[in-house]
Design a protein around this ligand. Structure first.
Ligand SMILES: Cc1cc2nc3c(=O)[nH]c(=O)nc-3n(C[C@H](O)[C@H](O)[C@H](O)COP(=O)(O)OP(=O)(O)OC[C@H]3O[C@@H](n4cnc5c(N)ncnc54)[C@H](O)[C@@H]3O)c2cc1C
Length: 459
């Protein structure tokens, strides 16, 4: 446990560090809308050895540590819970160190922005698929720590599927390397995969080797409108069961369509109940045949279909999709955002349940997201200042989790647990498994200094 703090506010071995309130205040928040106490200091290391020195400094002075990327966490995973905290920000460790075109991988520092990596490898004809909607602002370090996914997860998988090697600084200041340069390995326990999705609680990533793919030859993007929300869910289930894997199937419900059109009008149809953005990629012949099948399924559910026929039109559609999250704040100031995931055949049932929860409570719920892989972003729109409404919103979130689990799903598909979902962890993870997880945390971090209080409520 951290002791009360009395420390000289000076530089450590030339590392950039600040103790000033105006710098620290930004690190009390992330995209969850939660607010933490002011940390003691924020440091911006430039290399692994500076991270090691910072970790030693934190150990010597009984400080908690938070590794931080861009703070786009929607679960409070990147905010301090105690004043005696050193935030290690990776804003200045953002180099693309290597693109290995012979072996199809890239080595990066953790602070590189996802979208920048995507653009850089594209110029070599290569492709880094994980594409969270926050890709223009979030870091690869944060993506690995949360196992981030995105629309392309449907066909290409999530961040975990692209991490080959991790260099990390452990809470005692030692450096370890897990994974390696080869695609396959069968040597001992898979410590690399333990780090992925660990939300900054086991180690601090300082270098990452990521798998790349060749860029798909071609892609086709369709905007598909439905007069009925359930029909859109049924169409998704039918597409998935027809042995075609589009590169993305994204759902946008009516509340989300209206929010985007009021925020950043791009001409989405507003007289419909749901939209699907469906993208197919691959060789020209294959996608043509697949497109015919997908469109005929959508037609059978009464959909209207339009093709985004040039790169600009495609970009506009994806821009609209990425604008949903900020746009929803124009409806209500507080967004309780969950990212539940259900087996894909259960999407229609989940959508029906969400509709009835909204109607019964009178609280608006906007749903959108990666319907193709069953991952629906459920946004319960309330005003935190209205205590009664906020509590009803939290109550709805609990019911959403219960329904999700009843349908065989999981309470988080990609955002993780952080602090906002820690109280619900035991709804999904049984006691024995939870004990193993906590034991692993203690093994890596016996002093429990790394990202205190995240995932588990036990510190
Ligand atoms: C508009 C919007 C859209 C989003 N869309 C998606 C989406 O489509 N898919 C998705 O998965 N998520 C999405 N998110 C959530 C968020 O962007 C992701 O969780 C992202 O991976 C967080 O990256 P970050 O750099 O902001 O990390 P932060 O928020 O700074 O940190 C997140 C976690 O990672 C840890 N961490 C950060 N850097 C390191 C490091 N170097 N070593 C160890 N731990 C580290 C932190 O301690 C924390 O636990 C969205 C968020 C927003 C605001």
């Amino acid at each position: 446990m951290a002791k009360s703090y009395n420390l000289n506010k000076k530089k450590i071995s030339g590392i950039e560090i600040s103790y000033e309130k105006e710098d620290l205040i930004c690190y009390c928040y992330d995209s969850s809308g939660q607010e933490g106490p002011l940390p003691l200091a924020v440091a911006w290391p430039k290399n692994t050895s500076e991270v090691v020195n910072l970790v030693k400094y934190a150990n010597d002075n009984d400080l908690f540590i938070i590794p931080r990327g861009s703070g786009t966490s929607t679960t409070g995973a990147s905010i301090p819970l105690d004043n005696n905290t050193l935030v290690i920000s990776f804003e200045k460790m953002k180099k693309l160190l290597e693109i290995d075109t012979a072996n199809l991988n890239a080595v990066v520092e953790p602070g590189i922005i996802n979208g920048r990596l995507q653009r850089e490898v594209r110029s070599f004809g290569l492709f880094y698929p994980p594409d969270p909607a926050s890709l223009d602002i979030c870091t690869i370090g944060g993506n690995v720590a949360t196992n981030a996914g995105g629309p392309k997860g449907l066909k290409y998988g999530v961040t975990r599927d692209y991490v080959m090697e991790i260099e990390a600084v452990l809470p005692d200041g030692s450096i370890i390397k897990v994974g390696g340069k080869t695609y396959k390995r069968a040597v001992g326990y898979d410590l690399k995969n333990l780090f992925i999705g660990s939300e900054g609680t086991l180690g601090i990533f300082t270098k990452l080797r990521l798998k790349l793919l060749p860029l798909p030859e071609e892609s086709l993007t369709f905007l598909v409108s439905f007069k009925n929300l359930q029909a859109s869910g049924k169409a998704v289930s039918k597409i998935i069961s027809s042995s075609i894997i589009p590169s993305a199937i994204e759902l946008i419900d009516k509340a989300s369509i209206e929010a985007v059109e009021n925020y950043k009008p791009i001409g989405l149809p507003i007289d419909v109940e749901a939209l699907l953005i469906i993208e197919l990629d691959g060789s020209p012949d294959t996608i043509k045949t697949d497109a015919e099948k997908v469109l005929s399924i959508c037609n059978s559910y009464g959909a209207d279909i339009s093709l985004a026929d040039d790169p600009l039109a495609k970009d506009k559609l994806w821009e609209a999709r990425r604008a949903i999250s900020p746009a929803l704040y124009n409806i209500k100031p507080t967004k309780i955002s969950e990212d539940i995931v259900v087996p894909r055949s259960k999407i229609p049932e989940m959508l029906t349940e969400l509709k009835s929860l909204s109607e019964l409570s009178g609280i608006q719920i906007a749903s959108f997201g990666h319907a193709g892989d069953g991952n629906i972003h459920v946004n319960i729109l309330v005003d935190k200042e209205n205590q009664e409404e906020y509590l009803s919103g939290l109550n709805i979130a609990k019911k959403v989790f219960e329904t999700t689990l009843k349908l065989g799903g999981s309470i988080s598909g990609e955002h993780g647990i952080g602090i906002t979902k820690a109280q619900y962890l035991n709804l999904e993870i049984k006691e024995r498994e939870l004990t193993i997880m906590k034991d692993i945390k203690r093994l890596y971090d016996p002093k429990e200094i790394l990202n205190k209080g995240k995932i588990f409520n036990f510190i």
